[in-house]
Design a protein. Structure first.
Length: 663
């Protein structure tokens, strides 16, 4: 008699035609556990990344390196259908005599391989984190996904010391796709505004004007007044000015109070128009936003829809106007924001803890932002791990060329990445984590707590060299560029036996100096942006990106200005002077301000004139003027000075103002 096949999935319906209420309850619980555990798996990988861990490229530090199936054990499951059998688990008995006898129980070691296991046990599986008994669990058993047995087999060769010579690896032949440096017309005298418009062109600004007008007419039909390109010039001039001259609140720039009295902002744009543009600034078409919103939760939904036009334009402009030199760096950047959106990330170890995460490729020599992309969260398509994919997406050899030297930190460095980069003729160097897959952490002969300062241990595996160096702490890095050691020394202050500090030369790997010199390309760009950061708080996330894109454009334009000045052997402007010139040129290209001109200083009363208070209107509400001292509305003035002044118990501006002006 033919036997019925039972499904391997824990959530499948039992083969019995009748089952008890207890069995039904267990089956329902089993199905619900499967759903919740899948959700836990998705959130756990996201939490790992926010802690600076790439789940696809790192292993658990407490994993058992010696895990292996016992002899005679054969995994008879296809990929995606593996099982985790726990100690003490009993197979369910066949419900009828026609069912085949149960298979013998397989015993699995307690080693905790990294993987997502399908556990059929009733208890908590030996899971990494959230493995539940019945249903899909994230387990330390022989689960679906990576475990320790998937690591590349490592030889038993121990770590070497400096007494063993290392080979000098093949050095890159630099073949850039274009001549490195500015990619603009030589011999042309560019103004500051022209350099800025290379990155955010008039066509891009016209798109912003068009979309902002559509958004304003849609949401404020009765009060919205259309803006022009000249209005947007004036608005950007004021935004850049705010990065140079700080005030506590935006309205303080247009305050008539004696404590502020800024004369420049009212000459650029009125406070009312500035606020109106800030509230309706829109980078994308409202119709495109509505169409994209209907796709939310389905394929085709674009999280970056509201910034896409400017996002695409400035990325293309950054790559078009400059070509990097040989040394480049990839690192993260945080754009400060607390807007409630899925793009926002929390990085507890970063100076900017809340904000949007960008992956950036920069020229190490000057900090030029050559390319970047926004991290969209766990919805991003990832094939070999976020750190691997981020670098491969930014390092496009079709546009860059070959022979580049890439410097990355320990979030990105992995043997797999460096080998694949070398296959594309890109050499790399970076610090590496001990838990990274492929790192020979279990070889004998490495650094110990008793190793003296300056000790170097190394292992070479083909084009890769792994180096451990004892400084104030253990430093680990990997390189395809450098030999493990050479006659290279660094200066360090060392405490002598008598308690005195002395400067000594200690041996150091040659890759350390290159890494310290060239890894800071993105940090240099961040620093230049931070000096005169124009970003201010906004409830709308796309406006935060607009302000940051302005900063990228200004800093890159400033770097171009400096490069051109050095070619002509001229003294370049400082960044402060560059921004000041940009504000002046934007103001000149903008629309004439509708703000009232600042009040001229009062002329002194003629000699012998008597000062007395009088009311210029009998109506207590209509016809009032603003007091020149406190800016509050009043009905009184000085008959000789012809200026409105309050004269109340709570504020005696009449006497205060005359005393202040020696009248």
């Amino acid at each position: 008699m033919a036997t019925k096949k039972t499904s391997k999935k824990a959530s499948s319906l039992p083969s019995k035609s009748k089952f008890t209420a207890q069995e039904a309850a267990e089956w329902i619980l089993e199905s619900s556990d499967e759903e919740s555990d899948l959700e836990s798996f998705l959130s756990q990988d996201e939490e790992d990344f926010l802690e600076g861990v790439d789940p696809d490229l790192e292993i658990s530090p407490d994993a058992d390196p010696d895990w292996a199936p016992e002899e005679g054990t054969q995994a008879a499951f296809e990929e995606g259908e593996e099982e985790v059998l726990e100690e003490g688990e009993e197979e369910e008995q066949a419900s009828t005599a026609t069912q085949p006898p149960p298979k013998p129980k397989r015993k699995v070691n307690k080693g905790r391989g990294r993987g997502r296991g399908r556990g059929r046990g009733r208890g908590r599986g030996r899971g990494r984190g959230r493995g539940r008994g019945r249903g899909r669990g994230r387990g330390r058993g022989r689960g679906r996904g990576r475990n320790q047995s998937e690591e590349p087999e490592q030889s038993t060769e121990p770590w070497q010391g400096t007494d063993v010579e290392d080979i000098t690896p093949e050095q890159p032949v630099f073949k850039p796709a274009r001549v490195p440096g500015p990619q603009i017309l030589s011999g042309v005298q560019y103004s500051v505004l022209q350099l800025f418009l290379l990155f955010i062109s008039n066509a891009t600004l016209q798109t912003i004007v068009k979309n902002s007008n559509l958004y304003g007419e849609k949401n404020h039909p009765s009060t919205w007044q259309k803006i022009t390109l000249q209005d947007l010039y004036s608005y950007i001039a004021m935004v850049v000015y705010m990065g140079l001259v700080k005030a506590k609140q935006i309205r303080d720039y247009w305050s008539r109070s004696e404590l502020y009295s800024f004369s420049f902002p009212p000459s650029v744009i009125s406070g009312k128009k500035f606020t109106a543009i800030s509230c309706t600034l829109h980078l994308s078409s409202p119709d495109d936003d509505a169409a994209n919103e209907r796709k939310r939760g389905r394929s085709g939904y674009n999280r970056l829809c509201k910034i896409q036009p400017l996002y695409d334009a400035i990325r293309a402009a950054c790559k078009a106007n400059f070509h990097p030199r040989q040394n480049i760096a990839v690192d993260e950047r945080m754009v400060k924001s607390k807007a409630r959106i899925a793009l926002r990330q929390y990085m507890k170890d970063k100076p900017t803890k809340w904000g949007y995460k960008l992956f950036v490729l920069a020229d190490s020599s000057n900090g030029y932002t050559w390319d970047f992309f926004v991290y969209e969260g766990k919805g991003m398509s990832i094939s070999k791990g976020l750190s691997y994919d981020s670098v491969m997406q930014l390092v496009d050899t079709r546009v860059l060329g070959q022979g580049y030297k890439l410097f990355v930190d320990n979030f990105y460095t992995s043997p797999a990445l460096f080998k694949d980069l070398l296959a594309k003729k890109v050499w790399a160097c970076g610090t590496i984590r001990e838990q990274r897959l492929g790192y020979p952490s279990r070889r004998p002969g490495g650094l110990t707590n008793r190793s003296p300062r300056g000790t170097i241990c190394w292992i070479r595996e083909g084009p890769l060299v792994f180096v451990q160096w004892k400084d104030t702490r253990d430093v680990r890095f990997c390189s395809t560029i450098h030999p493990a050691h050479s006659n290279h020394f660094v200066q360090r202050k060392v405490k002598e036996a008598d308690g005195q500090w002395a400067e000594k030369s200690i041996p150091a790997p040659p890759g350390i100096s290159d890494y310290n010199k060239n890894m800071g390309g993105v940090d240099l760009s961040d620093a230049m942006i931070g000096y005169y950061n124009i970003l201010h708080k906004s409830r709308k996330w796309h406006r935060s990106f607009f302000y940051h894109f302005l900063d990228i454009a200004i800093v890159n334009a400033f770097i171009l200005h400096r490069e051109l000045a050095m070619e002509k052997e001229e003294t370049p402007l400082t960044q402060k002077e560059f921004r000041e010139a940009l504000v002046s040129e934007l103001k000149a290209a903008g629309s004439r301000s509708t703000a009232p001109p600042p009040s001229p200083p009062p002329s002194p009363a003629p000699p012998g004139a008597s000062h007395r208070l009088r009311h210029f209107t009998q109506d207590t509400t209509a016809g009032r003027r603003r007091c020149v001292h406190c800016s509050m509305k009043t009905t009184s003035e000085c008959s000789s000075c012809k200026v409105a002044l309050c004269c109340l118990v709570s504020r005696d501006c009449y006497n205060d103002w005359h005393t202040l002006n020696n009248l």
